[in-house]
Design a binder for this molecule. Structure first.
Ligand SMILES: Nc1nc2c(c(=O)[nH]1)N[C@H]1C(S)=C(S)[C@@H](COP(=O)(O)OP(=O)(O)OC[C@H]3O[C@@H](n4cnc5c(=O)[nH]c(N)nc54)[C@H](O)[C@@H]3O)O[C@H]1N2
Ligand SMILES: Nc1nc2c(c(=O)[nH]1)N[C@H]1C(S)=C(S)[C@@H](COP(=O)(O)OP(=O)(O)OC[C@H]3O[C@@H](n4cnc5c(=O)[nH]c(N)nc54)[C@H](O)[C@@H]3O)O[C@H]1N2
Ligand code: SF4
Ligand SMILES: [Mo]
Length: 738
């Protein structure tokens, strides 16, 4: 048994007294733990390796896992504190049901399940199968994600299943499929080290993927040039060679102008373009008028800086381009992604050592969860639910008649719209908090109130769950065996450290029980997660996201296997496209025209300021998990309005003055945080809070026409200072109710 090197007292010393939530009962850190479990952080797509310390079936601490190759022991503030959830006082320890006028009351599992199943059946008999919908999330492991996809189609028999990745990676997924026929970052991150030039656009890496910065610093130590594209001078931009402070919503104009510059100055890889790509001519035709002057006008970036960036990119021999939600959360999200890919293809720097491109996947299992049937239009292995061959194959794996397999359903926000239209009457959600995370949340709240029945599976009572009829107490990541797939495409092993506390149950057992009570037990005969994974392997076989050759043992022995991995003797594929055989129908990488188009909402006299939204380092997504951890709350107890001193001066706004921010959807009051690191025409609000602190009171429901991602990154707002300075933030503020 391993010795515990870090005592609880030391942790308290290092991280402050807010460990009052720490499950330290009867454990002072000096004893040896019962177990040290090698697993991964439950939060972002980096999926850092971590060791959890277990005492008496409780997670009581952590140790770095030095050997795991991506993070080599490094963790960010969230990773360091993640262990505080397992025994948190707010854990749901049994199912609860809402009793009119009384709030929630404890209910037995049997009654909760009876009610859930009878309501599903009642709604489906009265309004049809598809009137019952499901929303899911990709903090779930591959096994659970696969199970949810099958559960919705085979047990619920509904086509209306979608997932929170719809708010996250879908623009990148759609762009990657168009260009490469496959949706994965092209390289493992260690390839970054030898890149000569790195572009990071719309990704606040130091705050959102902190451990990834290590690989960028390694490249910097070797002299790599760094170009950061962001309306804010984010921490990474402060160290960059060039910071392009793009006006939100104008990225495609910038990438188009850079492409034209490469063409005009013949900084192209003609051999690669001629032999391995298609669509080059139409793509450059679309940007023929995109001069540097025009781009400066549209994007607000000094043309000399655009030129300098194009020169650096054009002349590099090795390079990496990374992007995240900053370019993807747009009604032109797919176009922005294609604009970036065009720059990569024009220079032929892909499928070679130290030359790469990729979206940085957001959620813990954002990569694996988007491959195995969680999406409304998708079947496992990244198969297409409307493709007859794909349908036939999966129906056989699932032992159902193909005609009983539902077709394409609605996306996440469209499900909310369909509830308003009375087409959807019931909802089951797992691992999703749409009331905080979907745009225009006043509209989302009124949809939830219209539902005839809503059941939620979660380990905390999140804000959406407060509108549920039944809440089923589910499990944390460390309470079940499984796998996830990191942002690099590396399939890794999640280990069970403890069993769920109290009467809480594993997510898997909850789904299997509902399937059984719906009369589909024979299709869901799994004794453990490995059996689900083995079925997933077969279901993904031959698909673009092929996991067939990946086994639990192989993942453990190799500390991760990169998909595609078609056979058991295949080593996996850390770097894609070395064979230049792209997965598109013609086998070529596709250039796609990505002309500049206006965002869904532009500023005008009434709403003169651009609002953009995003994240801070210590809070995670809708905040359900991180707003409950004292030290993380201390770091960012409340959302603040980031505003440039010149803009603040125009309105006479002082530091921490309360400012009413209004858009065409709603309004909220936020303390001002006056910073020089943001464009003068743009304000920023982080979105991790609910109710009157929610940024999503303000954001629009405008969707990208292809990916259906909401436009979280740009809308028009007005600022109305309230003349009052905000009182110091209190920790309790983090729990502001809906
Ligand atoms: N601390 C923390 N880490 C996280 C998460 C979290 O909630 N908290 N969530 C995880 C998840 S699911 C995700 S998706 C990722 C998201 O990771 P990121 O995409 O890095 O995070 P965001 O803050 O949403 O947006 C990134 C940047 O986009 C910039 N931006 C805004 N508009 C534009 C634009 O029009 N163009 C460009 N080029 N940039 C723009 C913003 O200023 C911001 O700095 O983070 C993951 N990691
Ligand atoms: N304005 C604005 N809005 C945004 C964004 C933005 O940048 N700006 N970003 C968008 C993005 S990129 C994302 S990914 C979404 C995320 O939005 P959500 O998916 O709604 O956010 P989460 O906080 O992950 O909510 C997940 C819920 O699942 C629960 N959960 C976590 N793990 C498990 C598990 O293993 N089992 C079960 N049963 N439950 C679990 C948590 O307790 C939480 O209640 O938000 C989007 N919304
Ligand atoms: S970088 Fe992401 S995976 Fe790593 S510790 Fe932080 S939140 Fe967890
Ligand atoms: Mo995300």
């Amino acid at each position: 048994m391993a010795k515990l090197p870090v005592s609880t007292e030391k942790i308290i010393e290092a991280f402050g007294p807010h460990l009052n939530y720490a499950p330290v009962d009867g454990y002072d850190g000096r004893d040896e733990p019962d177990d040290v479990v090698k697993t991964h952080c439950c939060f972002c797509g980096m999926q850092c390796g971590i060791q959890l310390l277990v005492k008496e079936n409780k997670v009581v601490g952590f140790e770095p896992w030095m050997e795991f190759p991506f993070n080599e022991g490094r963790l960010c503030p969230k990773g360091v504190q993640r262990y505080l959830q397992n025994n948190h006082p707010d854990r749901l320890l049994h199912p609860i049901q809402r009793v009119e006028g009384k709030g929630f009351e404890k209910v037995s599992w049997d009654d909760a399940m009876d009610k859930t199943v009878s309501e599903i059946q009642r709604i489906q008999e009265k309004y049809g199968k598809h009137a019952f919908s499901m929303l899911s999330g990709v903090s779930l492991t591959n096994e659970k994600s696969y199970l949810v996809g099958k559960f919705a189609r085979v047990a619920l028999k509904t086509r209306n299943l979608d997932y929170n990745g719809r708010l996250c990676m879908v623009s990148a997924g759609a762009g990657n499929k168009k260009a490469f026929g496959l949706d994965r970052a092209s390289n493992n991150y260690s390839d970054l080290e030898y890149a000569e030039v790195i572009i990071v656009t719309g990704a606040n890496i130091s705050e959102t993927f902190p451990t990834l910065t290590h690989w960028i610093w390694k490249a910097r130590d070797r002299g790599a040039k760094l170009i950061v594209i962001d309306p804010r001078m984010i921490p990474l931009a402060r160290t960059a060679d060039i910071h392009l402070d793009v006006k939100p919503g104008t990225d495609s104009a910038l990438y188009g102008a850079m492409l034209k510059y490469l063409v005009d100055h013949d900084m192209l890889d003609h051999d690669f373009i001629d032999n391995y790509t298609s669509g080059f001519q139409e793509t450059i035709d679309a940007v023929k008028d995109y001069t540097l002057e025009w781009a400066e006008e549209v994007t607000g970036i000094d043309k000399e800086k655009i030129k300098a960036a194009a020169e650096l990119w054009g002349k590099a021999k090795t390079s990496f381009l990374l992007h995240a939600r900053g370019i993807e959360h747009h009604s032109k999200g797919v176009d922005n992604v294609l604009g970036c890919i065009n720059l990569v293809l024009a220079t032929g720097r892909i499928g070679r050592p130290y030359c790469g491109y990729g979206t940085i996947t957001g959620q813990g299992n954002g990569q694996g969860g988007r491959e195995h049937g969680h999406k409304c239009d998708q079947l496992p292995g990244n198969r297409d639910i409307e493709n007859p061959e794909h349908r036939k194959y999966i129906s056989e794996v699932w032992g159902i008649n193909e005609k009983d397999l539902p077709g394409k359903g609605l996306t996440a926000y469209e499900i909310i719209e369909a509830i308003h239209r009375d087409e959807i009457k019931g909802l089951i959600s797992i691992c999703f908090n749409p009331l905080v995370s979907l745009p225009n949340n006043n509209y989302v709240r009124s949809a939830l109130e219209k539902l005839e029945f809503y059941v939620c599976i979660d380990f905390f009572l999140n804000e959406t769950a407060r509108h549920a009829d039944i809440v089923l107490a589910g499990s944390l990541q460390e309470e079940e065996e499984g796998t996830t797939t990191s942002a690099e495409g590396r399939v890794i092993r999640i280990r069970q450290a403890v069993t769920p506390p109290g009467e809480a149950r594993t997510d898997t057992s909850i789904l299997l029980e509902i399937a059984k009570r719906l009369g589909e037990e024979d299709k869901f005969t799994y004794d453990n997660s490995e059996q689900i994974f083995n079925e997933l392997r077969v279901a993904s076989k031959g698909g673009t996201a092929d996991y067939f050759g990946i086994t639990y043992k192989k993942v453990e022995d190799k500390m991760g296997v990169f998909w595609p991995c078609p056979t058991e003797d295949h080593p996996g594929t850390p770097r894609l496209w070395e064979d230049k055989k792209f997965k598109t129908p013609d086998g070529k990488a596709h250039f796609n025209p990505a002309p500049y188009k206006l965002p869904g909402e532009v500023t005008d006299e009434e709403y003169p300021i651009t609002l953009t939204t995003g994240r801070v380092v210590s809070q995670y997504l809708s905040g359900t998990q991180t707003r409950r951890i004292g030290k993380l709350v201390d770091q960012f107890p409340e959302p603040m309005l980031e505003i440039h001193p010149e803009l603040a001066a125009q309105y006479g706004i002082k530091q921490r003055e309360l400012v009413r921010v209004a858009t065409r959807r709603g309004e909220g009051i936020f303390p001002a945080n006056i910073v020089e690191t943001i464009r003068k025409d743009t304000v920023f609000i982080p979105y991790h809070w609910p109710g009157h602190k929610s940024a999503n009171q303000l954001t629009p429901g405008t969707l990208d026409p292809i990916s259906k991602i909401p436009e979280f990154k740009v809308c028009a707002c007005l600022l109305d200072p309230q003349g009052k300075i905000a009182p110091p933030a209190k920790e309790s503020e983090a729990y502001a109710s809906v």
